[in-house]
Design a protein. Structure first.
Length: 575
């Protein structure tokens, strides 16, 4: 999102105070305590960063009623509070970031129905071919950084961060080259020629925004793995404040129209990325030389391990389905009207998605830290607490949609037919929310445990093998039009939510905790030149690894780094 100038960064302000001097939190206090522990306990003191939990290693050391697998409501309420401390700032950050896009859409929509349809179609291409890919890549950081932080391997968090920066930049270059042919791609998908030409120019002018948005997502997840979420929220709030100013300046005051809308998006994205990047530079400089430091300079390790970022598929599959619906709506009679209505409904879905995704990201961080520290009980309790909270939010959203359905589209346009048709579709949209919420939240469990492949497979089967064919059948074969497209999504979301619930019920938390701890300790062993058991010692102490297994997995003297990695990969498969 965009960057303010140096004056805004240096001048005293509530925003700068919020990011430069955050109030002490239990997370940070626990990390300070962790400095006093020896390297031998690196995997163990990862428990200290489980905000809201105890730092000891055995169930006997936990206060009564707060064991990881204890029954009763008290631990659940404590878990809900802990999740909220992470999820609320993240949800605000996500929602505010999404509202920035809606602000530009709303302002440009006042230019007319054609301009509204142009930005919706252009944004669809922007999301499908660019932003969804970058967010998918950055979501891998939730697994890699979360588990490394939970195991106390702070240096690896910095390496993952570097890798994400390099990968994001490379992807942006490739996408920018693809966008030079955006007009031809849209015509290939049988879009209206005038719309295709205008949308292609819009996304080509918004190319700088893609890299800035990708960097912001990487910055956010780097901090999120360390339990630092307020600066990301503050940066998006600042971006939201600047977005309407940029939009008015470039669209109306300078009279640039749609070109001005693209420039406004660039300015907003750049401002947000600059603000959060500046905070990270200041924070890492303060931590330099301390055991908590995650940045230890650029490492050649960042140039390897890119295959772990294929979790992009899990994010892209569902996102691309919704954008495909916008393309399909352009095949209906009166494409201007159909694309505008579908765009408003999908953006409405995005608002709810952004709220619930904060809970999913919090769950991913919580599960990653818990599994990395060997706390299977905490991971399980966090999963079901987050699922309940997510469903509650979705049912509240359902009620609001039904109450406001006749007035919602007024926020985007003054065209009477667009408003009327949107109100007709919103009840169907409301039915799609509970299943979508269940899916969103429980995807956080898969990301936190490193099982993105499972999420990608279920999303692919549900959304591309069920939703797309069903949408085409209902919209064109049964002549249901836009209603048919949304009925397909409602059915698919409900199905996918049920699939994810079954996966969560069958999830073996203890086995995943053992695997995560083994991976973390193997990485620690590769950095350890002392004890024969090196980073595997915490596993022996916790009973997660037998001495014989440790001897078999610990690399012999003279083994190459590749040998260590291969032996780690020979561990048991997902539970």
């Amino acid at each position: 999102m965009s960057g303010t100038g140096q004056e805004a960064l240096l001048a005293p302000s509530p925003f700068l105070s919020a990011i430069a001097a955050p109030a002490p939190r239990p997370w940070e206090e626990a990390l300070d305590v962790a400095q006093a522990l020896s390297p031998m306990a690196s995997a163990s003191y990862g428990r200290n960063i489980l905000k809201g939990t105890q730092s000891q290693l055995t169930a006997a050391d936990w206060p009564e009623g707060d064991e990881p697998d204890s029954n009763g409501w008290a631990p659940v309420w404590r878990e809900a509070r802990t999740l909220c401390q992470l999820a609320v700032p993240l949800s605000i950050c996500n929602m505010t970031g999404y509202l920035i896009g809606l602000t530009t859409l709303s302002v440009a929509g006042r230019l007319g129905q054609f301009e509204l349809s142009t930005i919706i179609l252009g944004t669809s291409v922007f999301n499908v071919t660019g932003l969804s890919v970058l967010i998918g890549f950055s979501s891998a950081m939730e697994t890699l950084s979360g588990q490394a932080m939970g195991a106390g391997n702070h240096r690896m968090v910095g390496v993952v961060f570097q890798r994400a920066i390099i990968l994001t930049t490379c992807v942006c270059v490739l996408v920018a080259l693809l966008w030079t042919q955006a007009g031809r791609l849209l015509l290939l998908f049988r879009q209206d020629p005038a719309l295709s030409h205008a949308a292609a120019r819009y996304i080509q002018m918004a190319t700088p925004a893609l890299w800035c948005a990708g960097m912001f997502e990487v910055f956010k997840r780097y901090l999120m793995a360390q339990g630092v979420v307020n600066p990301s929220t503050a940066a998006t709030v600042a971006g939201l404040a600047m977005a309407p100013l940029y939009s008015y300046l470039f669209i109306f005051w300078l009279g640039l129209g749609l070109d001005g809308a693209a420039i406004a998006v660039n300015a907003t994205q750049a401002s947000m990325a600059a603000l959060l990047g500046a905070y990270i530079l200041l924070r890492d400089a303060q931590l330099r030389g301390r055991e908590l430091a995650t940045w230890h300079g650029w490492s050649r390790e960042a140039l390897s391990g890119w295959g772990k970022y294929l979790s992009v598929i899990m994010v892209c599959v569902e996102w691309w389905t919704f954008e495909a619906l916008i393309i399909m709506s352009g095949w209906l009679p009166e494409p201007d009207l159909a694309v505008a209505v579908m765009g408003i409904c999908i953006n409405s879905s995005g608002v709810v998605w952004m709220v619930v995704s904060g809970g999913s990201q919090a769950l991913s961080t919580r599960v990653g830290n818990a599994l990395g520290a060997g706390c299977a009980g905490i991971a399980k309790r966090a999963t079901w607490t987050a699922a309940g909270m997510g469903l509650a939010v979705e049912f509240v959203a359902m009620a609001l949609v039904l109450l406001l359905r006749n007035h919602w589209a007024v926020l985007f346009t003054s065209a009477p037919r667009v408003i009327e048709l949107t109100a007709h579709l919103l009840p169907i949209f409301a039915l799609s929310l509970p299943g979508d919420g269940c899916n969103i939240i429980l995807q956080g469990l898969l990301r936190g445990s490193g099982r993105q492949g499972t999420g990608a497979a279920t999303n692919l089967l549900s959304y591309w093998c069920l939703a797309i064919p069903l949408a085409a059948y209902l919209a064109f074969k049964k002549d249901l039009g836009l209603a048919g497209l949304w009925w397909a999504i409602a059915v698919t979301n409900t199905w996918q939510g049920g699939v994810m619930a079954v996966i969560a019920l069958r999830f073996d938390y203890s086995k995943e905790a053992a695997k995560a701890a083994l991976r973390a300790s193997a990485r620690q062993a590769s950095q350890d030149s002392g004890d024969a058991n090196g980073g595997l010692q915490p596993l022996l102490e916790q009973g997660l690894l037998t001495p014989a297994a440790a001897a078999g997995r610990h690399p012999a003297a003279g083994a190459q780094p590749g040998d260590r990695g291969e032996r780690v990969q020979q561990g048991p498969g997902p539970g």
